[in-house]
Unconditional design. Structure first.
Length: 438
């Protein structure tokens, strides 16, 4: 393993925090969620911590508005303002290949790359829910194969559009051409899902192409990520599951003819930091106690397919059938079984674990203890870095920046200053030549 490797870190920003009850606590930023200054300050905190990027997920439906805030500002719009409030940190948003057209998405992302001086990335997703489809003129989501076929074509078209201007196409000759017509080329794309003439109406950006992220989980999703992703967001509850995903993705990337060392795999990470382990656990317990137990037990019942409303909150979780006997969705159920086996939680603690990050890894302890676990994952083939999911914003992000980052820096695991000004530079990626393969 290269001894010079260092962790990659993104800060995943979501409302008042990733814990489902974060907005309920006294002093939460609930009233600020529609104010761009709030997100600018979060990005500045992450930049103070020298993170590679901040990341916004996005959805195309309102969801259960009574359960708490999920979406507010449209993220690409917000990133334009956040770019002006920061200098070095990368800026990433989810983009749906199912609901966006590639020309529209490529134009917005190229514009943002210019606005940010080369700090934009996009997490390309296929979206999931019928409620989203109904907001875009569809009765239901297209089938799995159709969505992934469209996503691959979407990416190919976007790449072609970003490359439709040569790097030296802009002549800016006031007595002659603004741009050399021979260096601005139409795309002439006609495929199964899109017909796009091109060229893009935005010259090539500072990075050449915005950085592409994906979060492949299914077989088709993993194959798509292996072909195109320059960074991968992963879901892993524990180190063995992280190692299995990491090894599989690195093999798929190599099989696709790409360099696995150039694609950072970043599992989600929820952290509770305290000066002692007991203080960190107490912080987690106080947050879990804010959950409305009736709603949470009902939601748990949907995950395990049984009535949980009578379960005693401070007693151990009742016995559940093994995964082989479970007939519902396997992914979340398998994670619940792993949490129970590993942590032996009470029902209340299990509800809290599921409310903060779901199946993502949760680390609770002192800065040194959290750094120990992060280093173990990093050096044991489980992660190239992490997509930090602060359970409470802004508190959990600031605690990580102020307390955990210095420990990682002292161990040589994380940068002590920015040595690049673009997101590609932070990730150790070259600027691709126009027409180069993904």
């Amino acid at each position: 393993m290269n001894g010079n490797r260092q962790l990659h870190l993104n800060a995943f920003l979501l409302g008042a925090g990733h814990h489902g009850a974060a907005w309920r606590r006294r002093g939460s930023p609930l009233e600020q969620l529609g104010e761009i200054g709030y997100y600018e300050r979060l990005a500045q905190s992450a930049e103070r911590g020298l993170f590679d990027a901040v990341f916004f997920a996005d959805g195309q439906s309102a969801g259960d508005v009574g359960a708490g805030p999920r979406w507010f500002l449209e993220p690409l719009t917000a990133l334009a303002a956040m770019a002006r409030a920061t200098e070095n940190i990368g800026l990433i948003s989810t983009v749906s290949a199912t609901f966006y057209s590639p020309f529209h998405a490529a134009r917005m992302l190229a514009s943002l790359d210019h606005i940010s001086a080369g700090r934009i990335g996009a997490n390309v997703v296929t979206s999931m829910f019928d409620a989203e489809a109904r907001n875009h003129g569809l009765e239901a989501m297209p089938g799995h194969a159709q969505r992934y076929g469209r996503a691959a074509e979407f990416i190919e078209v976007a790449l072609g559009l970003w490359d439709s201007w040569a790097d030296d196409a802009l002549v800016r000759d006031r007595a002659g051409f603004y741009a050399d017509p021979a260096l601005v080329r139409p795309l002439h794309h006609e495929g199964d899902h899109f017909r796009v003439e091109g060229p893009l109406n935005v010259p090539r950006g500072p990075q050449g192409r915005p950085v592409l992220f994906q979060a492949g989980a299914s077989g088709a999703g993993r194959d798509l990520a292996a072909r195109y992703a320059e960074g991968i967001y992963a879901v892993a509850y524990d180190l063995p599951s992280a190692q299995a995903y990491y090894a599989d993705m690195k093999q798929r990337i190599a099989a696709a003819g790409r360099n696995p060392q150039k694609v950072a795999i970043m599992p989600g990470l929820v952290t509770y930091v305290g000066s002692t382990a007991a203080e960190a656990r107490a912080k987690q317990d106080r947050t879990d106690a804010l959950l409305p137990t009736g709603e949470s037990l009902t939601q748990l019942g949907t995950f395990v397919q049984q009535d949980c409303t009578g379960w005693e909150l401070d007693a151990p979780v009742p016995s559940l059938p093994p995964a082989a006997e479970f007939t519902g969705p396997q992914g979340r159920y398998a994670t619940i079984l792993r949490i129970i086996e590993t942590e032996r939680p009470t029902v209340r603690q299990l509800l809290g674990r599921l409310a903060a990050g779901g199946g993502h890894c949760t680390m609770v302890g002192t800065p040194e203890q959290i750094a120990d676990q992060m280093e173990l994952w990093f050096r044991s083939g489980g992660a190239d870095g992490f997509n930090l999911m602060p359970p409470l914003l802004p508190d959990s992000l600031d605690e990580f920046v102020d307390d955990v980052i210095p420990v990682l820096q002292r161990r040589g695991l994380f940068r002590t200053r920015y040595t690049a000004s673009t997101l590609r530079g932070h990730l150790g990626l070259d600027r691709p030549a126009a027409g180069a393969p993904p």
